[in-house]
Design a protein around this ligand. Structure first.
Ligand code: B16
Ligand code: MG
Length: 219
């Protein structure tokens, strides 16, 4: 029986994924790396350090920097990113998502956030969505990033539910892989080819309706 919903944040609840990408692109350029179009999906959902490593791989710069320099680069990106999320308001909740959250609450479903972002509490505050999400996985407590299932298992445990009692929502292929490795039902939001591992896929949040996702889950 369906008892809970688990949401990725960036790219699912709000379009902070594009802010992340812009901040990474800026940093990459500063260190002489031009990111290819596929970086758009490759960077989604990965932790800050994992993302930086992916960028250095694109530029053939792995091993070039000391740990202190890597920390400085990651911090530089985070500063730019934090600057861009400052102006976020409730208007930045992606189309359809507020209705979906309200409907889920009316149905008595428990809600949790499984975001790799250390900035997730700030974003939820700016979006005025804190009341919907008493349960947010703290990424500091995790050993492994997506596509490892750890974060989705942690979210399910926060809700006190089993894998077959939740639906999880993701916009990144690494995130969908993490959901499937956690043996949960995966809803993919985005390109069907990229997210082919998901159990149910919609092109964007405007096309996402809780009833349809629930019907697919029950099927
Ligand atoms: P931060 P999600 C992820 O959030 C983003 O998709 C990813 O691009 C970012 O690098 C990661 O959070 C870490 O974020 O630097 O803010 O800690 O998609 O898991 O909600
Ligand atoms: Mg995401």
């Amino acid at each position: 029986m369906l008892k809970g919903l688990i949401f990725d944040l960036d790219g699912v609840i709000t379009d902070s994924a594009s802010y992340h990408l812009a901040a990474w692109n800026q940093l990459a350029q500063e260190i002489g790396i031009t990111l290819p179009p596929e970086a758009n999906d490759a960077l989604r959902g990965r932790s800050r350090m994992d993302s930086l490593n992916v960028i250095l791989q694109y530029g053939d710069q792995v091993g070039k920097y000391s740990q202190a320099e890597l920390d400085e680069l990651a911090e530089r990106k985070n500063k730019a990113y934090r600057q861009s999320i400052k102006a976020m308001t409730r208007a930045d909740v992606l189309p359809g998502m507020l209705d979906l959250l309200q409907e889920a609450q009316q149905q008595g479903l428990r809600l949790a956030i499984a975001s790799a972002s250390k900035n997730a509490p700030t974003i939820l505050h700016n979006l005025q969505l804190e009341d919907y999400f008493p349960d947010i996985v703290d990424p500091e407590t995790l050993k492994h990033g997506k596509p490892d299932p750890e974060i989705f298992i942690a979210a399910q445990n926060l809700l006190g539910l089993n894998a077959d009692e939740v639906i999880s929502f993701e916009d990144a292929s690494t995130g969908v892989a993490a959901i499937k490795a956690a043996h949960q039902f995966a809803v993919g939001i985005g390109d069907a080819q990229v997210l082919h591992q998901a159990d149910y896929i919609v092109p964007d949040t405007a096309a996402l309706h809780l009833d349809d996702a629930e019907a697919a889950y029950h099927h």
